[in-house]
Each structure stands twice: as C-alpha cells, then as structure tokens.
Design a protein around this ligand. Structure first.
Ligand SMILES: Nc1ncnc2c1ncn2[C@@H]1O[C@H](COP(=O)(O)OP(=O)(O)O)[C@@H](O)[C@H]1O
Ligand SMILES: Nc1ccn([C@H]2C[C@H](O)[C@@H](COP(=O)(O)OP(=O)(O)O)O2)c(=O)n1
Ligand SMILES: [Mg+2]
Length: 213
C-alpha cells in the first residue's frame, strides 16, 4: 500500500536513477462523475483550459488498451459493449501509470470511480483521497439523446448498451456519489443547458481552490 504521493512516484524515480526529480507538490485530485452522456468529458476540456489540470479519462485509457491489443484488450472490449465495469485493478493501474508519467500535480479523473470497488481500490493502491468530487446531474432522456448523437464511433453508443449503462449507473455509481456527499466533498452540477452555462457552475468551484492556494 502506498501511503503518500512520494511513494507513488518512487518507482519511476528509482527507474530513472535520480534523473527525474521527485514530485514536490501534494497532488490535487478531482473525480468527475455522472451518467453516460452527462457531459463529463466536454466540461473536463474547459477545466483543463481554464485551470491547468491534467485530464485522465478512465474510458479513454481503457479504449487505448483495446486499440493497443494488450492482453486485457478483449476482456475490456466485451465489458464495455455489455455496459459493465472493468475490474478495478485494471483501471487503477492505468490511472496510476498516467499519474506517474505526468509532471502536473492537478488531476481530473474522469469517469472514475464508478463503483465502490473502484473507489476502495484507488484508495488502497494510490493511497490518496480526492479533494473535490464533481457530479454532473442530468436527466436520463437527455443523456440518452446526447449519447446517441455523440458520433465518435464508440461501440457502446447504441440504445441497448446505454440502457444497461443507466442501470449500472443507478445501482453501482450512485452509491459512490452518495458516499462523497456524506463526506462533504460532492459538488453537484445541474448538467442541462449550454456547455458554457454549465461551465459557469463549474468555474467557481475551482476558482475558490485557486485563491486558497
Ligand atoms: N451541455 C450540452 N448540451 C448538449 N450536448 C452536450 C452538452 N455537453 C456535451 N454535449 C454533447 O453530448 C455528448 C456527450 O458528452 P460527453 O462530454 O462525451 O459526456 P460524458 O463524457 O459524460 O459521456 C457529446 O456529443 C457532447 O458533444
Ligand atoms: N471506471 C471505469 C470507467 C469506464 N469503464 C468502462 C465502462 C464504461 O461504460 C466505458 C466508457 O466509459 P466512459 O467514461 O468513456 O463513458 P462516458 O464518457 O460516461 O460515456 O468504459 C469502466 O469499466 N470503469
Ligand atoms: Mg466521457
């Protein structure tokens, strides 16, 4: 178990035999949650532009594994087509690798954790808790409409898979959202309106942390 940010980065620092300086700043971690099509990825781009975060999309990392024909690729593809959640160990490892490679200390972790298992696994492996959890709260009919119009050629952007994803979201992801609500870390965004209107709800959350330092 890695307890500190320093231990998270020790592996790579040792590999480089001291060539890479150890990371000095404490990480600032934001989890970006919400149902399929709620606008997480779209808003993450704006947060990156405005506040200089590194954007780590769990879904993008998993799709990269499929594309690279890695050992887990076939299992990941089947899981995504079924609208189910990939085993946490796989996803957390991919996130960990990206965090280690990044020279940023501010991370937007998009589409993760989607289950209690995801959440606990991140805590155990990375040993850090999120500073902020954003929840893009969007009506189901709007999410379905957006996903069916997404046009990115995704294998899961069809009505059958979306219906399964919405069921999984209700059963497995809402408990994670409730957990962070009880911890006082949850910021709920009303995710309807234009992209800019939604960002005006997001902006003050990060602006407040900027002034604190
Ligand atoms: N506020 C919005 N209004 C209408 N469409 C949106 C809005 N925000 C995002 N979209 C579109 O909806 C689709 C899903 O958005 P995306 O950011 O991929 O959501 P998520 O990452 O939560 O699944 C995309 O095609 C995106 O362009
Ligand atoms: N923590 C995660 C995140 C995504 N996945 C898988 C299962 C999800 O349905 C797909 C797509 O996730 P992604 O975040 O890209 O999807 P949306 O942007 O919400 O539409 O990836 C996962 O198994 N575990
Ligand atoms: Mg997305």
């Amino acid at each position: 178990r890695l307890n500190t940010w320093e231990s998270l980065t020790t592996g790579i620092a040792q590999q480089a035999k001291g060539v890479i300086a150890p990371k000095e700043k404490t990480p600032f971690i934001t989890f970006v949650l919400g149902g399929p099509g709620s606008g997480k990825g779209t808003q993450c781009i704006k947060i990156v532009e405005t506040f200089g975060f590194a954007h780590l999309s769990a879904g993008d990392l998993l799709r990269r594994e499929i594309a690279s024909k890695s050992a887990d690729g076939a299992m990941i593809l089947n899981t995504i087509k079924e609208g189910k959640i990939v085993p946490s160990q796989v996803t957390v490892k991919l996130i960990q690798k990206e965090m280690e490679l990044s020279d940023n200390h501010k991370f937007l972790i998009d589409g993760f954790p989607r289950t209690e298992e995801n959440r606990v696994s991140f805590e155990q492996i990375i040993g850090v808790e999120p500073n902020v959890v954003l929840f893009f709260d969007c009506p189901e009919e709007e999410m379905v409409k957006r996903v069916l119009n997404r046009n990115e050629g995704r294998v899961d952007d069809n009505l059958e898979t979306i219906k399964k994803r919405l069921t999984v979201f209700q059963a497995l992801s809402l408990p994670v959202i409730n957990y962070y609500s009880e911890k006082g870390k949850l910021y709920t965004i009303k995710a309807i309106g234009t992209e800019d209107e939604i960002f005006e709800q997001v902006r003050p959350i990060f602006a407040a942390f900027e002034t604190v330092g």
